[in-house]
Design a protein around this ligand. Structure first.
Ligand SMILES: [Zn+2]
Length: 300
């Protein structure tokens, strides 16, 4: 078992590469394959916003589907996967690795050279959803900015960072995302004014969508900047919006520019009794929509 963290190729958008197999283990009718490098984005149990890539692993004349992909850790002897990992990242003597899960059946052997290929279309849809999610969070922060009565942490555009202060969970889906926020006592104590929020939702939504149309029209560049090439290195989503360049810590995959999308829109629902606000982001990548939206984007 390797004790070095996996080299990851997905942060720059790579979807296929050759790799050397470092370890193969079989358990519960599934085969777990560790390689020296990988283009596969694994699901991270600490913040499982973006799910696993789909794809295939080719070895010799064989190919096996990668049915799941998770973050694991090894002490050189044993492999722990997902929630079962008993140590934190950076623990001396431990390697954090990308675990490719294959169904029972033919599998590569240690030392084999294999080709890892991610389903590029599915990845693109997740990247669009994840980029849309981050941009939408900034638009939501902006449209809720006048509800803060006390100074709080600000986002990269200088607005109160509602997203960071209230988020409970984020789920990236193909061409979209679902973010759930808790609006309870602690957020009120921090100075968030909930009065009339339900009635104001249509206006808040409309303001956010106008902001999003402007940003999509700006064709801002997007990239993932990494402090190093390994799984555990810190990575940031960096987007050069007209109002400023925003950086958000992020382990996922992204588009390279907002020009790749025709529109990003949000919808909001507020369950007052549960103190839960849900933002649904949808990303439109269709060309027809691009033609429709470009003039509006230019006007903004
Ligand atoms: Zn992210």
């Amino acid at each position: 078992m390797p004790v070095d963290d996996s080299l990851v190729r997905y942060p720059d958008g790579t979807t296929r590469c050759w790799a050397a197999v470092l370890a193969v283990t079989v358990s519960d009718n599934r085969t777990f394959v560790l390689t020296d490098q990988t283009p596969f984005h694994p699901i991270d149990p600490r913040w499982p916003d973006q799910g696993a890539d789909r794809g295939a692993l080719a070895f010799g004349d064989n190919s096996a589907p990668v049915i799941d992909c998770l973050v694991g850790a090894t002490d050189g002897e044993q492999l722990f996967i997902g929630d079962a990992v008993p140590v934190r990242r950076g623990e001396p003597g431990w390697g954090f690795v990308v675990v490719h899960v294959l169904p029972a059946g033919p599998s590569p052997r240690e030392g084999d050279s294999v080709e890892l290929a991610v389903d590029a279309e599915y990845r693109l849809r997740l990247s669009a959803g994840h980029t849309g999610c981050h941009v939408a969070s900034l638009a939501l922060n902006a449209s809720l900015a006048d509800r803060w009565r006390k100074p709080v942490e600000l986002d990269g555009l200088g607005r109160a960072n509602f997203d960071q202060l209230a988020i409970v969970s984020s789920k990236i889906i193909p061409d979209g995302a679902i973010d759930t926020y808790r609006i309870g006592k602690s957020l009120r104590k921090k100075g968030f004014d909930v009065d009339g929020l339900g009635l104001a939702l249509p206006d808040i939504t409309a303001a956010a969508n106008i902001g999003l149309a402007g940003w999509v029209g700006s064709a801002a560049t997007v990239e993932v900047q990494a402090s190093g090439p390994r799984l555990t290195d810190l990575r940031e989503w960096v987007c050069a919006l007209p109002q400023g360049t925003v950086r958000i810590p992020c382990g996922g995959t992204h588009l390279h520019s907002l020009s790749e999308v025709a529109a990003i829109r949000i919808g909001l629902t507020f369950n007052e009794a549960a103190g839960e606000l849900v933002m649904t982001t949808s990303v439109d990548r269709s060309r027809a929509a691009a033609a429709r939206w470009l003039p509006a984007g230019q006007m903004l």
